[in-house]
Ligand binder design. Structure first.
Ligand code: XMP
Length: 319
């Protein structure tokens, strides 16, 4: 893509000018955006960049391994893999408010990056894969008075005072443009085509208090759902699909026994930029199959519902 080649060249020049001979830390979330930002910045400044994968325990099943092996396999970029599950889960203990959860996660990411910045001998810059929609939705909602819808972890979730300056080369781009830039940079298609995954991870797909046990239940249900979507050949037709674990228990019956367990919600939407979204219209037989599998295979869930809300008025994530 000719215009992406130009954009890439311009951004590389800009990054070099901004960073000079400074050091940069880049947080990898496992998503497309941070990966594209990392590879772009690496092309610009090479070894001045260190990537940090913050494994907060709020990843999907197998995700941490996939990201680390993909990055180590395809690129020669130094990657620090931090296991900070305890730090994040302890901090989230007892917290049920969506914005407080988001703010805690945003702040804790920065704490972790600042520690890593010292370890590489003092990094002056923090790179993030912030996109245009992250910026808009964290700041205001068009058409009315300025209202924060939700604090995206890498924008409104940032603490007020931060020692490092931000490098955000994707700040003007929408998702489809980031994917085009990723292809221009030679990222593998399997990575470029991944559904978006939010920085706060499963924490915003578990309304109410987040615990390791609830993360584990959600990971299993989510993996079954995504496996069925892939098997049905629907993955690429959907912008984003995921399960949520509701803080609601309902009564059920399995065999001769009464059950009293959690409700799992399924979400799937089509979209072009995440700003608006339509519900993906699965066949009833598909949803029945997924529901049956989840209830049979995941201990802790006895009921499955499908989210039929477009955006607006719903948002894509539940928090
Ligand atoms: P919402 O829920 O606002 O989501 O309709 C729109 C898109 O943004 C993703 N999202 C986030 N991504 N950090 C991210 O990196 C965040 O804090 C965040 N919150 C939502 C969401 O998954 C969807 O693709």
């Amino acid at each position: 893509d000719w215009s992406m080649a130009e954009f890439k060249a311009a951004k590389i020049k800009e990054i070099r000018e901004q960073v000079g001979d400074g050091k940069v830390i880049c947080g990898l979330s496992g998503g497309v955006d941070s990966a594209v930002a990392a590879v772009l910045i690496h092309e610009a400044i090479g070894e001045q960049l260190t990537c940090v994968f913050v494994d907060h325990g709020l990843m999907r099943m197998g995700e941490a391994d996939q990201v680390v092996s993909l990055f180590k396999g395809h690129y020669n970029i130094p990657l620090v893999h931090l296991d900070v599950e305890t730090l994040f889960l302890n901090g989230l203990k007892g917290e049920a408010d969506p914005e407080k959860k988001r703010k805690f996660i945003g702040k804790t990411f920065i704490d972790v990056f600042e520690i890593e910045a010292k370890k590489v001998g003092g990094a002056d810059f923090l790179a993030q894969g912030t996109l245009y929609p992250d910026v808009i939705e964290s700041v205001s909602f068009t058409g009315g008075p300025s209202v924060t819808i939700k604090s995206h972890h890498n924008v409104g979730g940032l603490p007020e005072r931060m020692n490092m300056k931000l490098v955000e080369p994707l700040r003007e781009l929408f998702k489809d443009e980031v994917r085009a830039l990723g292809r221009e940079l030679g990222l593998p298609e399997i990575f470029v085509g991944r559904h978006p995954f939010p920085g706060p991870g499963l924490a915003i797909r578990i309304p109410g208090e987040v615990t390791k046990e609830r993360c584990d239940i959600l990971r299993k249900a989510d993996a079954i759902y995504l496996e069925e979507i892939r098997n049905a050949g629907l993955y690429d037709a959907i912008w984003q699909a995921f399960a949520v674990l509701l803080p609601v228990k309902t009564v059920g019956v399995m065999g001769d026994s009464r059950t009293y367990d959690n409700v799992c919600g399924l979400r799937a939407v089509t979209s072009t930029d995440g700003m608006t979204a339509d519900v993906y219209p699965f066949d009833a037989s598909f949803l029945t199959r997924v529901s049956t599998r989840i209830v049979n295979e995941v201990k802790g869930i006895n009921r499955v519902v499908y989210d039929y809300t477009s955006k607006p008025p719903g948002t894509i994530e539940w928090e």
